[in-house]
Ligand binder design. Sequence first.
Ligand SMILES: [Zn+2]
Length: 129
Amino acid sequence: MKLNPLLFLFNKMKKFILYLIRWQLSTPILWLVVKQLGTSVWSTIIANLIGGAIFFWVDQFIFTSKAVEKWHLKEKGTCWECGQEGVVRRLVTAKGYDRTNHVPIFLCPICSNKKLVELKRRGISVEGF
Ligand SMILES: [Zn+2]
């Protein structure tokens, strides 16, 4: 069994895509302020202050949210479960799952997929890759 690097990349890109969408949400604020106050540097500064006050909280959510899966991947490692050497991974966070402050346990793709099945059975929303 092999891991799908494209899916891993897609998983990592989710936060980036979310962040790009978030930047587009700041466009109406900039547009409204510039439309009302003109295109001066000061109106842009006011627009950015308003945007910063709103999006500080949105950005904090994007970068600390457990709703998006976070994985650690090692190209060379030893599976904690079966001892096989090679590519190993660990799920750090997912919705309803947080192992950020736990001792890192890396698993080979086979053992990791067994663990994913177990997590899904426990009701944890995890996609894997
Ligand atoms: Zn294993």
